[in-house]
Design a protein around this ligand. Sequence first.
Ligand SMILES: Cc1cc2nc3c(=O)[nH]c(=O)nc-3n(C[C@H](O)[C@H](O)[C@H](O)COP(=O)(O)OP(=O)(O)OC[C@H]3O[C@@H](n4cnc5c(N)ncnc54)[C@H](O)[C@@H]3O)c2cc1C
Length: 800
Amino acid sequence: MKSQYRVVVIGGGVVGASVLYHLARYGWTDVCLIERDVLTAGSSWHAAGGFHALNADPNIAALQGYTIDLLSEVEAESGQSIGMHMTGGMHLAGTPDRWEWLQANYRTFQSIGIDDVHLITPDEAAQLSPVLNTEGILGGMWADREGYVDTTGTVHAYAIAAKKRGAEVIEKNRVLELHQVPGGWQVVTEQGTVSCEHVVNAGGLWAKQVGRMAGVELPVSPLAHHYLITDTIPQLQGLERELPMCVDLEGFTYSRQDQQGMLVGIYELTPKHWMMDGAPWNYGIELLQEEPDRIESELCHVFKRFPVLESVGVKTWVHGAFTFSPDGNPLVGPVRGKPGYWCACAVMAGFLQGGGVGKSLAEWMIHGETEADVFGMDVARYGDYAANKTYIRETTGQFYSRRFVMTYPNEQLPAGRPLKMAPAHDAMRAAGARWGESWGLEVPLYFAPEGFEEHPSLRRSNAFDLVAQEVRATREAVGLLDISGFSRFEVTGPEAAAWLDHLLAGRLPGPGRTRLAPMLSPSGRLKGDLTVFNWGDGIWWIMGSYYLREWHMRWFADHARPGVALRDISDAVVGFSLSGPNSRRVLEQLTEGPISELPFMGCGRFDIGLIRAHVGRLSVSGALGYEINCTAAEHVALRRMLLAAGADLGIREIGYEALGSLRLEKSFGIWSREFTQIYTPAQTGMDRWIDWSKEFFGSDAARAERDGNGPARVIATLAIDAEDADASGYEPVWQGDRLAGYVTSGGYGHSVGRSLAMAMLDREAANVGTDLTVHVVGKARAARVIAPSPYDPQGKAMRA
Ligand SMILES: Cc1cc2nc3c(=O)[nH]c(=O)nc-3n(C[C@H](O)[C@H](O)[C@H](O)COP(=O)(O)OP(=O)(O)OC[C@H]3O[C@@H](n4cnc5c(N)ncnc54)[C@H](O)[C@@H]3O)c2cc1C
């Protein structure tokens, strides 16, 4: 072991080994991996080694695809066998809903270019797996690239391939302490102290403690998990080909052949956490005592699905532990305030996801950003609230027990809720608010009469008419929306304007004005779709998406400069928006200030009733609109006053479902849909807001894009001939038989009376009038490109 490396990776499981390999592969060879015991000594040695295609986040599904392709490459490069069995695999559906869900998912795979997947009939499933009882099965989804590997061989293959490229692996050496020092980290180990620029927490079952060594509380916990391997099954002996991987979506089990027996793994409904503060340091290569009683009902189900299991004994029980984050996806990337400290943990399926995690982390460290959109596994998608132990217990338990359960787009899950509530929450609840959740905050989705219950559905739900009424009220009178679920950052100091001018690609607003402000990365890709306010008194606000608070704070912190103070004031400042033709008249009743003179995109301080409010005239709905910001202590009073003043003007409380429809009718994009960290300004129309006369972060790349041949794909608006379901995101869009792109968001435009979508399309398919086809809930629907903003294309309403 040397005394200095560029990077020290802590942990020799499949994830640490993959990170090491990718760093070396991309040219950083002054790197070492330090392992407490021997390689694989955490979760990795006793994993079932399975890999399969499905993931609820298509970006992560794509990275899983990368891992699967990589495995054989690493085997060849290392010369170490990984025991690859590419058996293919299937997911089976036994209810009409789930069958429909699989058909919709199949189309999502097509959207993201995974083309080795197809739907199968129950008979085809039986032919592929002759010991399968297909009673009750309605259909399945088959993927060629599913199978399993030898877990120990795979970890060693990554490590050997990394070593061949110059990396070092040091075993039997526990990392004891981490110290942040100028330019990097000091890593105190049993064998001495090492200095490095970057340290990676790939601690697996010990990730919690390796986080705490650096003062980082990670939202991660191990959970216990069973699989069993049976004795020899005579019926398997004469088979021509190995049984495929099989996930029974109703049965909470996965299975495959293991030599002449079968391996069956269970995601039981009664999950069990294990060592929530991390495994003991002396935890060896050992197993937990099996608990068959806890998984009895799931086992009964799998016995029915594979009757051959009923008459065969269990050869091996494996009851081990591995780690989960609240949404089950990994925690990867740098941590705010800890330069050079990187996470590569909470990887729940290391053999499936480890390659994608290693690739992304190495790209991020070396190039400053990843090739793919990895927000779904970015450690900064959570804030400090998520490190609460009860929150972790509830959310990780929920994820585990729903591992194979379909989640509907309109379904609200209960774990970790309610946590954060705007002050007017109870009053809104009394008025019928039904809630969604954003970064721990309860946000109103729509308002419903007492006793109303929304049914989870891939189709239009029974809340459709309620949302339609809220949209109508907004277009015809005035809608009142709680906007506590926006993020707000206050920027002050002598250098504030200069800093903002460089950070944001748009022209800064003058005093008393606000502007849309794209923020770019050095490579010219989007980093934010923000709104900047110049209050005229030296105070600036940046507003964005609430769930990106930590993500944006990390970016701001990385680019901090002296003379600028930045505060996240999102919990201190809340508010309501008014949208609709009557919104000005509501405010006029509450203020003597010159509210009617406030221009579109103007902002200023107004006395609104009793409240000294910050008011901006802007509109996500495309209607005449105002955002009224107040302190948290004034939220209840503000709502009460606005409702009273609007009583005779048709005011109606609305939720974010209505806003979704309203903004779609205006072709206004939102983050994570039309705007993501892998799209560029020209692709998304954000270039409209760029100030080309100045130098800003990412300006060289943005100019190169502007002066080039134009992006291959752009955002367009579609009208879809839908019946009882609308697009929701990632549906494939076809021009004839050719895949021309995918839907970024979709829904019903209640005031224009048609099903709408926004889509990322090949440029030649994005011309207005182009006829296309979109698969909505698995069914082909005619669609055509329409001009942006089907409602009020000239924007007269919001400028009125
Ligand atoms: C029963 C079971 C079945 C599974 N089946 C599958 C499957 O079919 N497919 C799949 O993809 N995944 C499966 N998994 C999950 C898989 O095992 C994990 O996702 C994977 O092993 C995580 O790898 P890791 O490198 O993050 O963590 P680990 O394997 O836990 O590795 C972490 C390493 O860090 C070391 N370490 C920690 N702290 C320190 C320190 N301070 N100093 C030095 N070293 C340290 C540890 O000793 C350990 O070796 C299964 C897991 C279990 C338990």
